[in-house]
Write a protein that binds this ligand. Structure first.
Ligand SMILES: Cc1cc2nc3c(=O)[nH]c(=O)nc-3n(C[C@H](O)[C@H](O)[C@H](O)COP(=O)(O)OP(=O)(O)OC[C@H]3O[C@@H](n4cnc5c(N)ncnc54)[C@H](O)[C@@H]3O)c2cc1C
Length: 374
């Protein structure tokens, strides 16, 4: 182990907390500043992929079963068409954000992270590794990890915000008190939006919508998915609607002076593949490895390496999302080839590299899509 360093984490969402936990496990002195108070909520589909579950377990985080429902695969539903794939390794967790954040905060506290909740960072000095909070306190460390989310204040203060997306997409979610009817995450497709249905408790289901263009409301989005609407029936609503967007964020850089951006603060593409948390945990682990090895200057390169394959999958899905007839053909073709769908899930979870896909399976998919054989 290298010498103990002082780390300051801005943002107590899952990625900031992961960095704080891993930092303490490596023996560093860690301070975390979060503007909210636990349990902090956020619009999210709340599906944690199997490799994210393993990372959470390795951090020693124990989730309250009340906020948890394991899931074993993903199912695409597009009108009459359905294609499903099961995980070939491990299980995913549908975990209500409030429970996840609270459990991670408990673990960070247990390990001795100095937690400052209810304090908002309003100024940052990247050369000094110093931040100031709204109540006038100053914190300084050898390294600042900014994990303050999609609309990162630190990124903005450091003038690292990139250009706005050309086709903005948005997300919105709400929870229902209803016994989950499946052990899969269901993705309902329509020509104008997608609905993600995740079991997130023994008696709770989360519904998240993604769409492009602004100005939508939850009931209007739900009405585009009659099958889902019927499933939910008159189940009681148990959370307020929360939305966010535009989802795509491309910072100019992820490192400036003593400040490294991680998680959504370091960039985000889209929630369509549901891998944000897993990718964020991987980023926290990698940046900490660079701290251990004293080569933080390599973080931008490592960050690019971590996001390149997940972003490729997002590109592919956004492409079929834009062309409904193509999307219908792809889903019909996947329904005939669950093994290929499973392999695509493995790529999404970082368990398989795209070039490891069997060429025959790709050709079969292309052939089926071209000839509309479903
Ligand atoms: C609609 C939608 C659905 C999604 N579905 C999934 C899914 O199913 N699975 C998945 O893995 N990912 C999903 N994601 C992505 C996932 O939510 C994010 O990737 C993840 O939350 C990133 O975590 P984070 O800790 O980087 O940021 P956040 O969770 O946003 O946490 C940032 C924290 O920083 C704090 N903060 C902000 N500014 C300041 C400040 N100035 N001072 C102090 N604190 C501050 C905030 O209060 C917040 O707690 C989805 C995203 C959206 C929008």
């Amino acid at each position: 182990m290298s010498a103990s360093r002082s780390l300051l984490v801005v943002g107590g969402g899952p990625v900031g907390l992961a960095a704080a936990i891993l930092g303490r496990m490596d023996g560093h002195e860690v301070t975390l500043i979060e503007r909210g108070r636990p349990p902090v909520d956020k619009p999210c589909g709340e599906g944690l992929m199997p490799s994210g579950v393993l990372r959470l377990q390795a951090m020693g985080v124990t989730l309250d079963p009340e906020g948890l429902h394991p899931f074993m695969g993903v199912r695409y539903i597009d009108g009459e068409r359905e294609a499903g794939a099961r995980f070939t390794f491990g299980e995913g967790y549908g975990c209500r954000r409030t429970y996840l954040q609270a459990a991670m905060a408990r673990r960070a506290e247990e390990l001795g992270v100095a937690l400052h909740f209810g304090q908002e960072v309003v100024a940052v000095d990247a050369d000094q590794g110093e931040v100031r909070t709204a109540d006038g306190q100053t914190f300084r460390a050898e390294l600042v990890l900014a994990a303050d989310g999609l609309r990162s204040t630190v990124r903005k203060l450091l003038q690292l915000d990139g250009p706005p997306p050309s086709r903005p997409r948005f997300g919105m979610r709400q929870h229902y008190t209803i016994k989950p009817w499946t052990d899969e995450v269901e993705v309902y497709w329509s020509d104008t939006a997608e609905a993600y249905v995740t079991p997130v408790g023994p008696n709770r289901v989360g519904v998240a919508f993604l769409w492009s263009g602004d100005g939508e409301r939850f009931p209007g989005l739900l009405s585009r998915f009659p099958a889902l609407q019927e499933r939910l029936g008159d189940a009681p609503i148990e959370s307020q609607v929360r939305g966010t967007g535009p989802l795509q964020v491309r910072p100019k850089a992820v490192l400036k002076g003593k400040v490294a951006l991680i998680g959504d603060a370091a960039g985000y593409f889209d929630a369509i593949t549901g891998e944000g948390l897993t990718l964020g945990f991987a980023q926290a682990a990698t940046v900490l490895k660079h701290v251990e090895e004293g080569r933080l200057q390599d973080w931008p390169k490592s960050h690019r390496g971590l996001v390149i394959e997940p972003y490729l999958m997002i590109h592919l899905l956004l492409f079929i999302e834009r062309y409904p007839p193509l999307r219908r053909r792809v889903i019909a073709a996947l329904s005939k080839d669950p093994e290929l769908f499973e392999q695509l899930l493995q790529i999404n979870d970082g368990l398989l590299r795209p070039h490891e896909l069997p060429p025959k399976a790709i050709l079969r998919l292309v052939w089926r899509v071209l000839w509309g054989v479903g």
